[in-house]
Structures are given as C-alpha cells and as structure tokens.
Ligand binder design. Structure first.
Ligand code: ADP
Ligand code: ADP
Ligand code: MG
Length: 524
C-alpha cells in the first residue's frame, strides 16, 4: 500500500529516528536519515533508505541547523519532514521553513507551536480559555519581568515557589525556592541557565506544589476540526524534573478525575487550534487533587509508547496520516484503553557519579524479549555511544492486563537483559521498580530524591557469582557470548546477570576488573 507521502526526512537521531523509520517502512514510505559526522555509523543511518551528512558533531552545527536540514530535504526529494522530539521539534521557525520549502511539517501549525512554545504566553492563553493554571506570576504578555518585579510579587504567591524559564525544557531553567532570602540568588541562577540553554532569560514564578503528581494527556487532532484525547500518562517518577518511568493508566486517577482532566486537555488544545499529536501536561496536588496546566508539548513525546500499547493506536502513523490531510476515522467514543503499560528509560549514564553521561562501546546488548514487551532502541550491539547528545539508549516498555502484572513483567524484563561496555542506569531502574512505594503507586515528582537520598552513590553490590560469570564471559571473548545457538545465550537470566558487572567495571576486557569492582562495590 502506498503511503500518503512518498518520502519522509527524519530530522532527528537515536531511538526516535529509528521509531519513525519503522513507521515509514510499514506505510511504504521511503525514509531519509540526517546525521552528524559523529553519527555516520549510527543505527538510524543504517536503517533509513537514504542518509545525508549535515555537519560536524555539535548539535548546533548539525541537528539544530535549519538551513542544512532543509537543504538535505530538498536534495533528497522528500515531501515531508518529521522532527521527532527535542532538537528542532518545537521550533516554529523550523516548521515555517519546512513549509516555505514546499514540504509538509509532520506536527502542528507554526501558530499553534508559537502559542504553546512560550510557557508564560501559554499560561496566559490557557488561563483565558478557562484551563486551570498554577497560581503564579508571568508579567504582561511579551515582556520579561525584572528581578525587582518578581521579588515584589513573590510574597503574594507564597513559598515554596518555583522560578521557571519561559523557554524552558528538559527540566532546565528551573529553581525551587523555599524562603524569600533565597529568591534573588535563584533568579540569577535560573536566568543564567536559561540564557545558556535556550538563549532567552525570561523568567516567571509558580507556586511550588510539593510531592506533586505529573499527569499528562495525549491529544490528537486532524486538519478538519476533529480532536480527541488518548487518555493519560503518569510521569511522576522523575529525577531532577526529568522523567524516568512512565505508565498508563495513572494509579492516582479515578474515572471522574480522568474524565475531567481529559476534557480539560481537549479544551486546551482546541483553544490553541491544535492539530497533530501533542501532550498537555498537568501538575496534580496530591492533597486537594486539584490539577493545573503546566505546559503543552507540541510534538511526539518520549513516552508515547505507553499510550500506543494501551490504546492500540500507532501515534507516529497517525501523525503522518493527519499531516497528509487525512481526517481521523474514529471519534472519542471509539477510543478505549486496555490493560496497563509501563516504560523505563535506559540511559547511558553513571548513577555512581551523579548520573554523568557515559560513553563507550556496546560490547553486549541483549534487550529483553517476550510476550507483552517492546523495546525502542537507538543502538545495537557493537555500536559506540558518544557523549555529544541525549544519553537515552533505549526504552523498555511492557503491557499486561493490570498494574501488578505489568510491574511483574517489567521486573522480569529488567532482570533478563544485558548491557555491557557502557555504564547505564540499569541497576538504578531495577531498584526503582522493586521499591514497595512504586508497587503501591505512591510516587511523586520528588520521590526519588527523598526516598533514595544518599543511596545513589552506592555501588550496585552485585552478587559474587554474577561477577565471576561476567569476568569469565568477558575473558572468553564476545564470540562465544553472542552465538545464538549457545546454551548461555538462550538462557536469558545468565546473560542478564552477567551485566551486573557493568556498573563499576571500567576495563571490560579484563577479567580482573570485575572482581576489583566487586571489592570496591562492597565498601559502598
Ligand atoms: P518528554 O516529556 O517527552 O520526556 P522532555 O522534556 O524530557 O520531554 O524532552 C524530550 C527530549 O528533548 C529530551 O531528550 C530532552 O533532552 C530534549 N529537550 C527538551 N527540551 C529541549 C530543548 N529546549 N532543547 C533541546 N533539547 C530539548
Ligand atoms: P519542562 O519544560 O522542563 O518539562 P515543566 O513545566 O513541564 O518543564 O516541568 C517539569 C517538571 O518540573 C514537572 O514534571 C514537575 O516535576 C516539576 N514542576 C513544574 N512545575 C511545578 C510546580 N508548579 N510545582 C511542583 N513541581 C513542578
Ligand atoms: Mg514538561
């Protein structure tokens, strides 16, 4: 079957580029990857039908270069561009440039992106549309409130409060302030960070809601006025305001609150004349159960697979179809959520070193497999993982009939996988999903910081026999391990356990490194 487009350029890299290439293949659409010099051998480049080099490693000269990406799209003869998430995905000027080049931008209109892109402007617009916003202060539209102005209004908002950047994203440009004495310094720090990260130091204030829940609603609209929601995702398991584990449905919502939040999200999207896939993020007060608009992400979300698993809808496919002008053939009442889905983000980062991004060669990577499991990876065994970009390696997602079954499935999935050669948060994820609080759904956005305070720096302390197995396997070399016919490779748990050594093993080729790591791990 021929798709609505004949060729799509994917202006991204890593797992999301791979995810979009897969959708293109299924739809009979040719795919064009773009890549930096550092990504010449990357998985998304290998998988795409065509690839274009767009510049050197720094993102500012490659994945963030509008000029180079438009040029690559023109040269390749693509008729549409998918931006993925991060990079240029929420950049209205990019969406406009794509349109001016005579191509289709797979996302909302530049106007909708602008309306939601500036957090203060979005607060203003949502407040006017009757969507609850967090009590706070964002000054007059289009202005940048001075420190004096913000200090003056702060007592009316009350403490603790949150200093936020209007251009913020990825948890950056944000400071929690617990008392008035700390405000001036927090404003300066947030402004510095926002200018550095986003080139815009405009700040606003919000009341800080302690131990809040982050619950977001997926929406999807076509160009013909149809707009539906695809229920919620609970994203409260975060570290430094960045999501690590997401699930749907939220264990916190009841049907009434779910219906109200979903309706409110559709109202918010309608007010912005929103089309294509988007996410309305809410912060929920755990005590009053009041919810407030946080921001709208005008793109595909990292955690979109949990929604795909519970609704059975392929969001990337629908993004492409509605961008091509197709009307949604289903209404709100046709959309049902079934079962329970959980996603864990596997990052190339070192929990024992303050979660510093880690690079290296993926000597061994055996993703979990089995009924109800999905892995969206941007890397394969043998790939090298660099330090230039977001350290997300893969997302492990599961679906089961209910939440306890989904948790059991995720626990097993994390046990029965192997990552060797690159330090990851694998052990950390295992610990999180093993926590009784997680099992009981008693999580909030500072749960990790509060519950696991001080533990982060401890080494994993893997059992002695796992380390011995790892040392032996590494000593014997990769070849024996990767033979699919070998009894070892077919025994998932043995392989999974081998990866217990990766945490502190620096020299993965040395059989002694693992046992050294064991000793250093024990003193932690
Ligand atoms: P999600 O809710 O989809 O997880 P995040 O805020 O975590 O959204 O951002 C998704 C991805 O985009 C992350 O990889 C993050 O590092 C990146 N990102 C977010 N905002 C920006 C930005 N302003 N500039 C560059 N990258 C960003
Ligand atoms: P970003 O663009 O970086 O994703 P958000 O506004 O979506 O910024 O907020 C990211 C996270 O910061 C939220 O998921 C939540 O953990 C925390 N947060 C944001 N606003 C508040 C608030 N008013 N009170 C408590 N926590 C907040
Ligand atoms: Mg957000």
């Amino acid at each position: 079957m021929a798709g609505p487009f004949s060729k799509i350029l994917i202006a991204n890299r890593g797992e999301i580029a791979v995810r979009i290439i897969r959708a293109c293949r299924e739809m009979g659409i040719a795919s064009v990857a773009v890549h930096s010099e550092a990504d010449a051998g990357a998985m998304h480049v290998r998988m795409a039908d065509e690839a274009a080099l767009i510049g050197p490693a720094p993102a500012s000269e490659s994945y963030l270069s509008i000029v180079k990406i438009i040029e690559a799209a023109r040269l390749s003869g693509a008729d549409a561009v998918h931006p993925g998430y991060g990079f240029l995905s929420e950049n209205a000027a990019f969406a406009e440039a794509v349109r001016e080049a005579g191509l289709v931008f797979i996302g909302p209109s530049p106007a909708a992106m602008r309306a939601m892109g500036d957090k203060a402007a979005a607060r203003q617009a949502m407040g006017a549309a009757g969507v609850p916003i967090v009590p706070g202060y964002h000054g007059l539209p289009g202005t940048s409130p001075s420190d004096e102005e913000l200090c003056e209004v702060a007592p009316r908002i009350g403490y603790p409060l949150l200093v936020k950047a209007t251009a913020g994203g990825g948890g950056r440009g944000m400071r929690v302030v617990s008392e008035s004495g700390a405000l001036t310094e927090a404003l300066a720090a947030a402004r510095r960070e926002a200018i550095h990260a986003f080139g815009d130091g405009t700040l606003f204030l919000e009341r800080y809601i302690p131990r809040a829940r982050h619950v977001e609603i997926q929406v999807l609209g076509d160009n013909h006025g149809n707009l539906v929601h695809l229920f919620e995702r609970e994203c409260s398991v975060q570290r430094r305001h960045q999501k690590i584990i997401e699930e749907s449905p939220s264990p916190f919502l009841d049907d009434e609150l779910r219906a109200l939040m979903s309706r409110t999200a559709v109202k918010a999207a309608r007010a912005a004349r929103y089309t294509n896939a988007g996410t309305v993020e809410f912060i929920v007060d755990p005590v009053t159960r009041s919810f407030y608009f946080l921001e709208m992400n005008t793109r595909l979300q990292v955690e979109h697979p949990v929604t795909e698993l519970v609704t059975g809808l392929d969001l990337v496919r629908w993004q492409i179809r509605v961008a091509a002008g197709e009307p949604l053939p289903f209404g709100q009442e046709d959309i049902r959520a079934r079962g329970h889905a959980i996603e864990c983000r596997l990052y190339a980062e070192d929990p024992s070193r303050g979660f510093l991004p880690a690079g290296g060669s993926l000597l061994r990577f055996v993703p979990p497999a089995g009924p109800g499991l999905r892995v969206d990876a941007g890397f394969a065994e043998g790939d090298s993982v660099g330090l230039h970009y977001d350290p997300l390696l893969a997302k492990i997602i599961c679906l089961a009939e209910d939440r306890p079954a989904a948790i059991a499935r995720m626990r097993q999935a994390l046990r029965r996988m192997a990552v060797l050669g690159v330090v990851t948060n694998w052990e950390f994820l295992r610990r999180l999903v093993d926590e009784p609080d997680f099992e009981e759904g008693k999580v909030h956005t500072t749960w990790i910081e509060e519950r696991l305070a001080g533990q982060e720096h401890e080494e994993g302390n893997p059992p002695r026999e796992f380390l011995a197995a790892a040392a032996l396997a590494l000593h014997e070399g990769r070849d024996r391990l990767s033979g699919t016919g070998s009894p070892r490779a077919s025994d998932g748990s043995a392989i999974g356990d081998v990866s217990a050594s990766h945490h502190s093993t620096r020299d993965h080729f040395s059989p002694w490194a693992a046992s050294d790591a064991f000793h250093s791990g024990r003193k932690g």
